[in-house]
Design a protein around this ligand. Structure first.
Ligand SMILES: [Zn+2]
Length: 53
């Protein structure tokens, strides 16, 4: 399964989560705090449209 990088605003840290593609499409849950508000990190990509306030 692919490894996805996320940032958890609640924990204020980055987390790496192994997910299947279908799990990834449904979104990620922080393994530390259970938050669903994770922001995906795209490695070398810089996302221009994922800013949420
Ligand atoms: Zn968290």
């Amino acid at each position: 399964m692919p490894l996805y990088e996320y940032y958890c605003p609640s924990c204020k840290r980055e987390v790496s989560i192994t997910q299947t593609i279908s799990e990834h499409e449904r979104g990620a849950i922080c393994p530390s705090c259970g938050s669903r508000g994770l922001e995906q990190r795209l490695g070398t990509f810089f996302s221009k449209t994922s800013r949420k306030s």
